[in-house]
Design a protein around this ligand. Sequence first.
Ligand SMILES: Nc1ncnc2c1ncn2[C@@H]1O[C@H](COP(=O)(O)OP(=O)(O)OP(=O)(O)O)[C@@H](O)[C@H]1O
Ligand SMILES: [Mg+2]
Length: 500
Amino acid sequence: MALFKDLNIEESILKSIEKMGFTEATPIQEQVIPVAKNGQDVIGQAQTGTGKTVAFGIPLLESVDADARHPQGLVLAPTRELAMQVSEELTKLGREKGITSLAIYGGQDISKQIRGLKKRPQIIVGTPGRFMDHMRRKTIRPEYMNTVVLDEADEMLSMGFIEDIETILKEVPEDRRTMLFSATMPKRLKNVVSSFMQDPVTVAIKSKEMTVENIEQRYIEVHEKQKFDALCHMLDIDPPELAIVFGRTKRRVDEVTESLGIRGFAAEGLHGDMKQERRDAVIRKFKRGAIDILVATDVAARGLDVNNVSHVYNFDLPQDSESYVHRIGRTGRAGKSGIAFSFVTPKERDHLKIIEKATKKPMKQQSVPTYQEALAGRQDRSVNHLQESLRKGDFEHLMGAAKSMLEEHDAETLVAAALRTMTKEPDQTPVRLTGEAPVHSKRRGGGGGFGGGGKKGSYNRNSSSARKRTDRGDRGGRGGQDRGRGGKPQAKVKSLGFKK
Ligand SMILES: Nc1ncnc2c1ncn2[C@@H]1O[C@H](COP(=O)(O)OP(=O)(O)OP(=O)(O)O)[C@@H](O)[C@H]1O
Ligand SMILES: [Mg+2]
């Protein structure tokens, strides 16, 4: 592994890197930085949580003239949360060089953004729709942009942002450098992007599996109706530091969040129908640990970097393997370890196989957790609390009471009674969740999906109606602000005529 100081990085940026606490570059950083330094276009692919932001951030910041106060670098990202996060990371990286970055995204008051733009940031990180709005209003002039980064480009395509991206790329100077990054690189993306990048150098950090090694992956076969109790039991058995629970639809997220609250867990939901202020507040609470469970649609699957997410639960299986890889990649970041659990209903067994085949990593099956195990989990925690209390000491004032109790009961019985008093039994309050249809693979052009035969008709009906209700397509913020069109990605890509 290379050290940052050996990568010939500008002194001021190196200083920021040190302040961020980084000394060794990750493989993608080590390989991208020299290539991008030459001004070449780059396609960068590396597993989740391996530092792709810094990999494009360093060359991006090196190309900025800190004395010139116009936007010189642009990063496009699929979701508002991601735009904000990338902008924050670039702000840290650019601090010593005196470079500022601004996030602009749909759902946020445009006049606030215009005020932000008046401070003349040199880097803009935005969702495509809102960036387009600013270009049209001429509140952002793209003529001095020398670098454009497409983060999670395939997702932006799936969301229907492609026309916007194409328009944007036509307006930024032609001699710019374009960089494109993602953890997964579906074939359809490679073909499309090559038409607007110039002789791009591909830096793909090769690995046998699509997912990082330090994420343990398990699945649990459950019936739809068992899922919620199973989740609660799992949270009791092995309490996460921070957890993300992925649900398929907005309704699902709302219902699971509410039900977790009823059972006494500190959870909040995140999906595309929520007001931006609320979304921001939820993410902030999650980042500082004020809540420990985030229940989300795929809006949180991409790029989101929250320290200490120890557990990911796929309450509903994702639609495709790419989504699976990104979802579970919210844990096990920057070398930390994590665990991902996926609930699989009997009808989804084949779908699980498809995911495993794509990730090249078989998942271990785990049995459905029981109430007894959940209770045992809670008791274990009481034992820990008691031991903690013993370590702390300071119970002189309780000794009298303790002695007199010991005269009447033996020590074992007393400790057991104390543990029972301390242990709250797992809450079994009934909750109501609307059932979700099993997930099926999307048919990509010419088949390759699964499920044909006699069931075909009903499969199609199910999966298309399921898709309509998902959170795809509004992640950049519809509501008239951004133009995530969602719907049928393949059809979109075809009609957008990248082949010029
Ligand atoms: N060289 C480094 N040493 C230690 N930590 C690093 C280094 N580079 C980046 N990080 C940290 O690693 C975490 C993950 O980085 P980042 O979000 O860029 O991952 P990513 O590759 O973009 O993942 P994803 O595919 O999920 O978007 C961040 O918290 C980042 O600050
Ligand atoms: Mg990223």
